[in-house]
Ligand binder design. Structure first.
Ligand SMILES: [Zn+2]
Ligand SMILES: [Zn+2]
Length: 347
């Protein structure tokens, strides 16, 4: 009986969701400087925990002539290749980093070096919180031998450079109608007893993108509180993409370790409160902990507190903003093409 009720509830939510969006599988929605289309591809929707279903957090944003990665988690390079082949690997020239956790940064060397090796001849632009400069300088030192080697055998040096920008609050990019702003989010360690910050150096940031009337907010990793800037930054945006962690049941050592991070992440109920306050046109869950939690479980634990449109992202989900439409679909995967046939160096 309970199962039936649950099913009925899910069906109701699903039909409400379908009414509010156009659900499209594999529709072509080309992005160009001449149109207002903004396309997001969820390359990875998981977190640090390994999963073959949900790779590490990384979202590709295609807008105008720009191809931007928001975070670069484990597995990102292969997903990016599946999304757009060598043209995409070498075409990404801008990475936004929310914070320095490995599940958000471990694939930066991949996009930097693979992008260069397979055709990018301009510096990779990286914008992130304080500390990203040190991280990238150390990564460059770690791979200097690789670069020296490949240049010696004939790969052009151009494209091995970075342009690193440590950012905090405010507009961090404004070109070709695309405006990107950064804002502080609450992901720094706190004392669980009194809620005070433990004083670790650094910062975690969220991003907002505005383009030709479209608006998208990325939460980064964050707690959700009444003071969360996401309540304000996400107000009425087209997409509010938010992380979520479902507490692990039981009292095993593993469950306890998994739950350690609840003080720096958001439960479905806490996230729902942010969604309810901000009222985005579409709320989206990504950076999902644990990766195996089902879409239905997330919906059911969110619904008592937030009734608006909600999408649970999965790897290779594509969301397109076009005119006043929010189109949820699947990225068409490219077949493995030969580099020799790719023509990336002609472009
Ligand atoms: Zn994370
Ligand atoms: Zn984190």
């Amino acid at each position: 009986m309970v199962g039936k009720m649950k099913l009925l509830k899910i069906a109701t939510y699903l039909s409400a969701f379908l009414l509010m969006t156009n659900f499209v599988i594999a529709e072509e929605n080309p992005v160009s400087a001449d149109n207002d289309t903004m396309k997001l591809t969820f390359l990875g929707t998981g977190a640090p925990r390994p999963s073959t279903e949900r790779y590490g957090p990384s979202i590709l944003v295609e807008v105008g002539d720009h191809r931007i990665l928001v975070d670069a988690g484990p597995g990102m390079r292969e997903r990016l290749f599946e999304a757009g082949g060598f043209e995409m690997i070498s075409g990404v020239d801008h990475v936004l980093v929310t914070h320095l956790h490995f599940d958000h940064t471990v694939s930066i060397p991949s996009v930097w070096l693979s992008g260069w090796l397979f055709g990018r001849r301009v510096p990779l632009k990286i914008q992130g919180p304080v500390g990203i400069k040190d991280m990238m300088e150390n990564i460059k030192k770690a791979y200097q031998w690789d670069i020296d080697y490949r240049v010696m055998v004939g790969v052009p040096l151009a494209g091995t450079e970075f342009e690193i920008d440590e950012v905090s609050d405010g507009v961090i990019f404004d070109e070709d109608g695309l405006k990107i702003s950064a804002f502080d989010v609450e992901h720094m360690p706190i004392n669980m007893e009194n809620g005070k910050l433990l004083g670790l150096r650094g910062q975690t940031i969220g991003f907002r993108m505005d383009y030709k009337g479209h608006s998208v907010v990325f939460s980064g990793d964050t707690r959700s509180t009444a003071a969360s800037k996401l309540n304000v930054e996400g107000k009425g945006v087209d997409l509010l993409i938010h992380e979520v962690q479902v507490p692990s049941p039981g009292a095993s050592k593993e469950a306890n370790l998994a739950n350690v991070s609840l003080s720096v992440h958001s439960t479905p109920m806490q996230t729902a409160m942010v969604f309810e306050t901000a009222k985005p046109r579409m709320a989206v869950y990504s950076h999902i902990i644990p990766p195996g939690i089902t879409e239905n479980d997330l919906m059911v634990s969110t619904r008592p507190y937030y009734k608006g449109p909600l999408t649970v992202a999965h790897d290779f989900m594509e969301i397109t903003l076009k005119g006043d439409q929010i189109i949820v679909g699947e990225r068409v995967k490219q077949s493995d093409g030969k580099f020799e046939d790719s023509n990336v160096l002609e472009k």
